[in-house]
Design a protein around this ligand. Structure first.
Ligand SMILES: Nc1ncnc2c1ncn2[C@@H]1O[C@H](COP(=O)(O)OP(=O)(O)OP(=O)(O)O)[C@@H](O)[C@H]1O
Ligand SMILES: [Mg+2]
Length: 324
């Protein structure tokens, strides 16, 4: 019995598994996921394309059912208390088919808002306020099918906010949205947290996840491979990064060959910035001496902690080599 019990968590996944069958092929989209999201927390699932993020979100939102395991939202099972769970959540996704193409943005919001049972006067003022906030007010009477991708995205964000739910679930909220609206959305999310709401975000945008999230779960091949605050994830890696801020093209090859000589190949070059995630820091004095010989002064070299992007890429790589 799940009803009537007060839950400590906003969302709790218990040994969740989802297998899709395509012909004779089995795709394990979610593979034994157990996690909890605290009330009032911003929790992001970060992972590459096909990791299983949207599948997880669809299960939490009761759009699809798991193959095994369960998810509790506010202590209630998505399998046993679907109606209650739906009343708790506001979902924004990129699935365009969830709107009526021939209705205007305003008419769509009015329709979905009334399904939520919001009294009409309250609903109208809430719709107008949100349309204004997201810069969509002047487009309110235009048919949904004539909206740009970004406008459609905004409309789905507004719909998720209409009934003031306890848990907001956003699938790739920042994709296709212009910078001004990204700032707005970040404000909206921070504001929701301050009001005590719980926010679950699926994204592959590392910077957004880092800027907003209290905790991040890194998902790969349907499994959670690491979880923690952005700070914890960076330190989980227990690796150092060698950086050279200004490296000219003519010296770049020499730098790379020095590092390769010491078995370090995990480097990236961005403009004149060079970074290499070091597998073995014990060799650092030797590497620095060799770089010095190659014309890079010790003062130009910075030994740093990884940023979240570097940690993310490394954690995924380690996971891959662990699987092979
Ligand atoms: N309805 C479905 N039928 C068959 N396979 C599916 C279905 N939905 C998802 N999958 C598969 O499950 C896996 C996970 O997909 P999912 O959409 O959850 O990933 P994602 O992390 O959201 O990816 P993206 O970043 O591209 O949005 C993929 O291999 C995908 O092809
Ligand atoms: Mg997805």
């Amino acid at each position: 019995m799940t009803t009537g019990r007060k839950s400590r968590y906003a969302v709790e996944a218990r040994k969740l598994k989802k297998v899709f069958r395509v012909g004779k092929k089995r795709i394990v989209a979610n593979d034994d996921i157990s996690l909890h999201i605290n009330k009032g927390e911003i929790y992001s699932i970060l992972g590459p394309n096909g990791a299983g993020k949207t599948t997880f979100i669809k299960i939490v939102s009761t759009l699809i059912i798991p193959t095994s395991g369960d998810v509790l939202v506010d202590g209630r099972s998505v399998l046993k208390d679907e109606i209650y769970v739906r009343s708790c959540i506001g979902l924004s996704t990129g699935f365009e088919r969830s709107f009526y193409y021939r209705l205007s943005g305003y008419q769509n919001l009015l329709f979905f808002g009334s399904l939520y049972g919001i009294p009409s006067r309250k609903l109208v003022s809430r719709i107008n306020l949100l349309l204004e906030e997201f810069g969509l007010y002047q487009w309110r009477s235009v048919q949904y099918m004539k909206y740009s991708t970004g406008m459609k995205k905004k409309l789905s964000l507004i719909r998720a906010l209409l009934h003031d739910p306890k848990v907001l679930i956003f699938d790739e909220p920042m994709s296709s949205v212009d910078p001004e609206s990204t700032v707005k959305l970040r404000e909206v999310i921070t504001d929701l947290k301050q009001k005590g709401k719980t926010i679950l975000i699926a994204t592959h945008n590392i910077r957004e996840a880092e800027a907003l999230s209290d905790r991040i779960a890194i998902m790969k091949n349907g499994r959670i491979v690491a979880e923690g605050s952005p700070f914890e994830l960076k330190h989980l890696l227990k690796k150092k990064v060698l950086r050279i801020m200004q490296v000219n093209k003519d010296k770049l090859n020499a730098v790379k060959s020095v590092l390769r000589r010491y078995g370090e190949e995990n480097f990236t070059v961005s403009g004149k910035k060079f970074s290499c995630i070091l597998d073995d820091t014990e060799l650092l004095p030797d590497i620095i001496a060799a770089l010095n010989e190659a014309g890079i002064a010790p003062s130009e070299i910075l030994i740093d902690d990884p940023d979240l992007e570097e940690a993310f890429v490394s954690i995924l790589k380690e996971e891959e080599s662990g699987l092979s």
